[in-house]
Design a binder for this molecule. Structure first.
Ligand code: SF4
Ligand code: SF4
Ligand code: FES
Length: 583
């Protein structure tokens, strides 16, 4: 009888990958990048690990706050654990224990050149008129990694130019490298997926859905994260070359959040705000309303003191203005009919001096809070309170034992004849119509612009906003945030603290300050522990500002030497001259 055939024995298993080595640093992953040992948390990508030891891997589509798309192929590197020795995307690959990464081999360099050549195939080379020139990763990487002439001998694919995606953003489809950062931002951060990619291959382009504009309140952030000049700010386009500008570390005054910003300026004009990274406040985003809230810094400013209203208004020499202001207010002090209105748009330093003068010079026991009316609010950044320093106002008033009362109470007190004179530190008010009712009062106002209350002032003193001073705002969470002076005070304007100190001196108080730092050093202790461990000098020195810096002295930009933007520092002679010239 034939023997029954046994089924074939299972083939032996091929050997699996070798077991990962035990961690050299338990709890961390240890690898070698370009010969340097890197110790990082598990899950860290190669791009971030390399950064940690000072090695820059070029990238476009990667953004540390967005999901990983790995579609631009700019970041490919050699990794010892890559299957088949393939180049791997450093933005997507986590570092593994014992892995060796090489970012500068001939293979990696070749692929970087090839990727750039591919990305530039249909890119219009209009750098000389492109709004992104000076901030463009395509330019930067071309110079750093490619520098080859174009080999293209067929016409470029043409796409849409100046496509207005919505009220704040304009798209040049030709320049887009389809990294999809903007699409991912709208989906993941703004949570309003208004952008997408249409068509395929080299016909692909970024667009909104038919008939629907890009009108999200945070849409402006896509301009910042677009690595090339495809998405541009409609407000900023063609208004200035970024490499001529200087940049101050500042804080948005659009609401009580106090998003950290760079304030870009040129020749004493503020051109734009860009978000400055602060994980605790705004990560690296800001809202579109905040972005355009800089305009009051430039236009409609009050630049000289004046006395009298309407047709009777006369310029007032700055040297006599504090005395005239004191003469207007003193009779009301004697009669007990004086009120003090403080604006939560003013800085903490401004309000500390104002409260001291209010309490000790004008003998009031309460102050009224002015400020802008409430606006919209969401659960991301924007606060309904559109004033940057309401908390600072409350703290300064409390430091001097002053009660804070709402603006409506001032209007009522004026209507009832209890208040006949007013000192307004800042003229922003929540209700312009109600402010008209204050027109009958004798008003001394310190103002940036010609607001309604300023027009009723018997004596008007020109005040400098935050772009022209060093100071502090306290945001709605009680977080004190320093901002730095971008340029010197315009015209004869001076910070509120300087005007208030001059008025105080005219009232007989021994007040004299040369800088915001001096104000904080003298009056800050009055706040006790309200600001926790806040240190006024917590901003790094102005000598090493990050961001855009002016060109070295010369005439390449057409301006005369000595006429370029200075970076004000209170240790300079320029600063002392600017701050003392009106006193
Ligand atoms: S528009 Fe800019 S951010 Fe959006 S996909 Fe194109 S290059 Fe990327
Ligand atoms: S959320 Fe507030 S602080 Fe931030 S950018 Fe908008 S207005 Fe400015
Ligand atoms: S940054 Fe890695 S593929 Fe784009």
């Amino acid at each position: 009888m034939a023997e029954e055939k046994k089924p074939d024995a299972a083939p032996p298993k091929p050997p699996g990958p070798p077991a990962p080595p035990p961690p050299k640093n338990p709890g961390f992953v240890t690898a070698i990048v370009d010969g340097k040992e890197v110790v990082v948390k598990p899950g860290t990508t190669v791009i971030e690990a390399a950064k940690a030891v000072g090695i820059d891997i070029p990238y476009y589509c990667y953004h540390k706050r967005l999901s990983i798309a790995a579609n631009c192929r700019m970041c490919l590197v050699e990794m010892s654990n890559a299957p088949g020795g393939k180049l791997m995307p450093a933005c997507q690959m986590p570092v593994a224990e014992g892995v060796t990464v090489k970012t500068d081999t001939p293979r990696v360099k070749d692929q970087q050149r090839a990727t750039l050549e591919f990305l530039l195939l249909n890119h219009p080379v209009d750098c000389s008129i492109c709004d992104q020139a000076g901030e463009c990763k395509l330019q930067d990487y071309y110079m750093a990694y490619d520098r080859q002439p174009s080999r293209l001998d067929v016409p470029k694919v043409m796409k849409g130019k100046r496509v207005e995606l919505g009220p704040t953003v304009t798209l040049d489809q030709e320049r887009c490298i389809l990294c999809t950062r903007c699409v991912r931002f709208m989906r993941e951060v703004a949570e309003n997926p208004q952008l997408g990619v249409a068509q395929r291959g080299n016909e692909s382009f970024i667009t909104t859905f038919p008939g629907q504009p890009l009108d999200d309140k945070y849409a402006g952030n896509v301009v910042d994260i677009c690595p090339v000049g495809a998405l541009t700010s409609t407000d900023f386009r063609f208004r200035g070359r970024v490499w001529f500008m200087s940049s101050a570390r500042s804080v948005c005054t659009g609401c009580a959040r106090g998003c950290n910003t760079f304030l870009d300026y040129l020749n004493d004009v503020t051109y734009r705000y860009r978000p400055r990274e602060n994980d605790a406040v705004n990560e690296e985003w800001m809202c579109d309303d905040g972005r355009t809230s800089y305009k009051y810094l430039n236009a409609g400013r009050v630049l000289v003191a004046r006395e009298g209203r309407g047709a009777n208004a006369q310029p007032l020499p700055r040297k006599v203005a504090p005395r005239r202001a004191a003469e207007v207010l003193l009779p009301h002090v004697a009669a007990g009919s004086l009120a003090v209105l403080l604006s939560p748009v003013a800085s903490l330093e401004d309000l500390l001096v104002a409260c001291k003068v209010a309490k000790e010079g004008l003998k009031v026991g309460e102050v009224y809070a002015g400020g802008r009316a409430d606006g919209w609010q969401d659960d991301f950044l924007k606060r309904a309170d559109e004033n940057p320093n309401r908390k600072g106002l409350e703290l300064a008033a409390a430091a001097y034992g002053l009660a804070v009362r709402p603006f409506a109470d001032l209007v009522a007190a004026a209507g009832a004849g209890k208040v006949k004179g007013l000192w307004a530190v800042g003229t922003e008010v929540p209700d312009a119509k109600a402010a008209e009712k204050l027109g009958a009062l004798e008003i001394v106002a310190q103002s940036y612009g010609d607001a309604a209350l300023a027009q009723h002032a018997a004596v008007l003193l020109p005040a400098s906003p935050h772009s022209e001073m060093d100071g502090t705002f306290v945001n709605f969470e009680g977080r004190a945030q320093r901002f730095e002076m971008a340029y010197f005070p315009k015209g004869e304007s001076r910070p509120h603290w300087a005007l208030a100190a001059e008025l105080g001196a005219a009232l007989g108080l021994p007040l004299a300050f040369a800088s915001g730092r001096e104000v904080f050093a003298a009056l800050g202790p009055q706040l006790g522990s309200a600001l926790g461990d806040f240190a006024w000098d917590s901003l790094p020195s102005t000598g090493s500002r990050l961001g855009i810096v002016p060109l070295a002295a010369g005439t390449v930009d057409g301006r005369l030497p000595g006429n370029r933007d200075r970076v004000p520092s209170e240790t300079t002679e320029d600063y002392r001259r600017a701050m003392s010239r009106t006193s």
